[in-house]
Design a protein around this ligand. Sequence first.
Ligand code: DX5
Ligand code: ZN
Length: 224
Amino acid sequence: MPNDIVIAPSILSADFAKLGDEVRAIDRDGCDWVHLDVMDGHFVPNITFGPDVVAALRPHSDKVFDTHLMIAPCDPYLEAFAKAGSDIITVHAEAGPHLDRSLQHIRSLGKKAGVSLTPSTPESAIEYVLDKLDLVLVMTVNPGFGGQTFIPAQVEKVRAIRKMIGDRPIHLEVDGGVNVDTAGLVTAAGANALVAGSAVFKGGGYAENIAAIREAAIAGCAAR
Ligand code: DX5
Ligand code: ZN
C-alpha cells in the first residue's frame, strides 16, 4: 500500500513568469511529485492553465505529474491532460454527475485516477468507486486559491477515508494549508501525500521548505 510520504509542491504558488525554471528547482530540491492545479473560473472562482502548459512543463522534470482538475465538465478534457504528460489525473466528485465514468475514462487513457472532495463533501461520495481509484485527494481548504487557512475539521475525514481504503493500493493526499504546523496532523490521521503551495514557494530555499514539511509529516506518522 502506498504509505511512503510524498511531498507534492503546487506550482500555483510558483512564479508563473518562469514556470519551467520553477519546476526544475523543486525537482532538484527534493519534491516527489509536481502538483498541477488546473482551474476554470467556473467550478472554482479562479483561472490557471490548461493542457498546453502541462505539456510545456513535461520536459522539465521526470517526476510524477499530479494533475488536479478543478474544472467542470472534466470529461471533455481528460484525454488532453493525459496526452500532455500527466501521470495522475484527479477530478472532483462535485464536478459532474458521472464520477464512475470519469474514473474509468482516466484509467482507459493509461493514467492513474484520483478523486477529490471539497470540504463540504462527505467521504461516502467515494464509497462505490474505491475499486477504480489510485488516489483520494481531501481538500483542506475550499479550492481556488493558494495561501488559505487549513480547515481542521477535515482531519476526521482523512481518518475515515484511511479506514475505508484499508489495504487497497490508494494514495491518500491532502491539499490546502499544509505547512510544518499541519503536515503532522494529516499524516497522523493516515494521509501519505501532501500538497503544499505557499509553504514550499515562500521565501528562502525550496529544499529547506520541502525538507521541513517532510520532517513534520514523518513525525506525524509516528502518532498513527
Ligand atoms: C487550491 C489548490 C492547492 C493550493 C494549495 O485550490 O488545489 O493545490 O495550491 O496552496 P497552499 O498550500 O498555499 O494552501
Ligand atoms: Zn491542488
